[in-house]
Design a protein around this ligand. Structure first.
Ligand SMILES: [Zn+2]
Length: 136
């Protein structure tokens, strides 16, 4: 059946899916098929099981990312190694300094001085979103 991820904690490794009848299904990370972990708001397809502990989802497959998920999945191409990546933010003494490629550690974007770069802040906001959604 189809459903929508109500929430999923990557740290805890479990979450809930709401089906089309508005019933919540528990699921754990082991129930997810494929390498992509779901995020809140994602559309998924799954099998519903009625267990003694309540409804449980298994064989979960992502159908469509939510708007937030798509936005945070906007990967960029590293100019050095050419891989698709989400830049990691390097901060020094609480101030965002630059972002680097997680594969080759090459600087992707310099944020210093941060106030001169609106694009830098856009990347920071996206990074915070990514961190919040829990894709890292
Ligand atoms: Zn790289």
């Amino acid at each position: 059946m189809r459903g929508k991820v109500k929430w999923f904690s990557r740290e805890k490794g479990y979450g809930f899916i709401t089906d089309e009848q508005a019933r919540d299904h528990y699921f754990s990370v082991q129930d997810v098929r494929g390498a992509d972990l779901p995020a809140s708001g994602d559309q998924v397809q799954f099998q519903s099981q009625d267990t003694s502990q309540g409804l449980r989802a298994s064989a979960i497959q992502l159908v469509a990312r939510s708007e937030d998920g798509r936005r945070s999945d906007d990967r960029v191409k590293c100019g050095n190694c050419g891989r698709k990546m989400v830049p990691r933010i390097i901060s020094y003494q609480g101030q965002v300094e630059r972002s680097v490629c997680p594969f080759c550690a090459e600087t992707y974007c310099d944020f210093l001085p941060p106030s001169t770069s609106i694009w830098g802040w856009v990347v920071v906001v996206v990074f915070i979103l990514v961190a919040f959604i829990g894709w890292f």
